[in-house]
Design a protein around this ligand. Structure first.
Ligand SMILES: [Zn+2]
Length: 449
């Protein structure tokens, strides 16, 4: 008998690699944080002597979901500004409230809330883009979740840094150097959008990203207004400008990519650029509907993101998988595109590839980190059960997540957080709500006087 830390025995296991496979009565053995075996349950019981056995009949085990784009701390601004177009939402509501409230304390509390929420919804890894990235990294590491922490790069002064150069230097010192060898935390540069960084800033960013061998994520071709503004100020479409600056390569993660023409789709595919598709944020801000089936046919790797809770308003990959599949079918007028297996792939392997983590996470394979999510399918909304893969994407919801492991650590058990005091996190959120709401009311009164 071989020793292992944990043996999970789910009713079904969807490993994602190989594609579309649903294993019945299989076991996953975990040791030292990694998956050491995927094998028939009966053989597993005869082969392994586990420290603990997690028996989950009627449940499906999937790779932990990967949120390829969010702004975790913005969870504290959830519902603060709704029903506005992107430009007005940003300039009239979000940037002013950020200017007033963003601090290390706010980022820590907002990120803790977001991580707790994501874990309970089956997400084990997120790609973040926000001020005080060193606090995001520290918080994610302390809560034992996987994160790619993006250093924001913006020309003008923010509560965190004074210029694009300042952002780059701080990101390198405070995030990259400190976590270069960390098992859970990686870093990237995250220029907000093309209109917030100058050509000189992008040139400096490119040199540093190449030197450090880190990825670059940017909101790009999110709205027609963004493309029109770029054409007006530079004569170039945003992607054209990034390309001229040498930034279109396999390290680039295009966030949104809602509006891409045929030549741009070919360009991204040839350069092996990934897209973080955020369908619900695009719908809410009326940015448009990305023709995802065309991107898939064109050979672009697609990952899924929630964007921040201020523009979604959830951090729920189950919502995104379902919305991505349904929208892709509607816009292509073809019900066969983005089937359930592909939607799940986008939320797992697609995300791992986009974040440069495909060798380590994204599927249930021997040797990868045990980042896993177990979903209860014995639920009104997913019964009867003819096809677990189909039920998972089209019928199940995040409230059916039963267990979550990150690098083998059991962070959610029976739908409860094992290592985070939920009341303490929610009390901090209430305190922020009180502060932000009272200041907003005060300001409104001043304006009316
Ligand atoms: Zn975003």
């Amino acid at each position: 008998m071989q020793q292992c830390d944990t043996l999970i025995l789910p009713g079904w296991c969807i490993p994602v690699e190989p594609d579309s496979q649903v294993l019945t009565d299989h076991a996953v053995a975990i040791d030292d944080g990694r998956i050491v075996d995927v094998l028939p349950a009966r053989t597993a019981r005869q082969t392994y002597k586990p420290g603990s056995v997690i028996d989950r009949p009627g449940h499906v085990l999937i790779p932990g979901l990967i949120n390829a784009h969010t702004h975790a701390a913005m969870t504290l601004f959830r519902g603060f500004a709704d029903d506005l177009p992107l430009e007005r939402w940003l300039r009239e509501r979000i940037w002013p409230v950020e200017k007033r409230w963003v601090s290390a304390e706010m980022v820590r509390d907002g990120t803790r809330h977001a991580i707790a929420e994501m874990l309970l919804g089956g997400t084990t890894c997120f790609s973040d883009q926000y001020f005080f990235p060193e606090i995001v990294a520290e918080t994610a590491a302390a809560m034992h979740v996987r994160a790619m922490v993006g250093t924001p790069v913006i020309n003008f002064p923010t509560p965190w840094a004074n210029s694009a150069s300042d952002c780059l230097a701080r990101g390198t010192d405070l995030v990259h150097d400190r976590y270069a060898e960390h098992a859970l935390i990686s870093s990237c540069f995250a220029p907000h959008s093309v209109d917030t960084v100058s050509d000189a800033g992008f040139a400096e960013l490119r040199i540093m990203a190449d030197q450090l061998d880190v990825r670059v994520q940017i909101h790009l071709h999110e709205s027609q207004a963004e493309i029109a503004a770029s054409l007006k100020s530079t004569g170039l479409r945003p992607l054209e400008r990034l390309s001229a600056l040498g930034l279109v390569n396999s390290s680039l993660l295009v966030v949104h990519g809602v509006h891409l023409d045929a030549a741009e789709i070919s360009q991204l595919s040839a350069a092996r650029v990934s897209i973080a598709h955020c369908p619900r944020s695009n719908l809410k801000l009326a940015s448009g509907i990305a023709p995802i089936a065309r991107y898939v046919t064109g050979g672009i790797n697609i990952s899924l993101g929630t964007d921040g809770a201020a523009s979604n308003n959830a951090l729920d990959l189950f919502d995104e998988m379902k919305t991505a599949a349904l929208l892709a079918k509607a816009i292509a007028q073809d019900a066969t595109v983005v089937p359930a297996a592909l939607a799940l792939r986008m939320a797992t392997m697609g995300g791992a590839t986009a974040l440069g983590l495909a060798d380590n996470v994204g599927s249930i394979e021997k040797g990868k980190w045990a980042d896993l999510t177990c979903v209860d399918l014995q639920h009104f909304r997913s019964l009867p059960l003819y096809d677990p893969l189909s039920q998972l994407v089209y019928a199940a919801g995040s409230q059916q997540v039963c267990d979550v492991w990150v690098a083998g650590r059991h962070l959610v058990e029976n739908a409860e957080l094992t290592q985070v005091d939920r009341n303490e996190v929610l009390a901090r959120t209430s305190e922020w709500q009180r502060r932000i709401a009272s200041r907003t009311a005060e300001k409104r009164n001043e304006q009316q006087r």
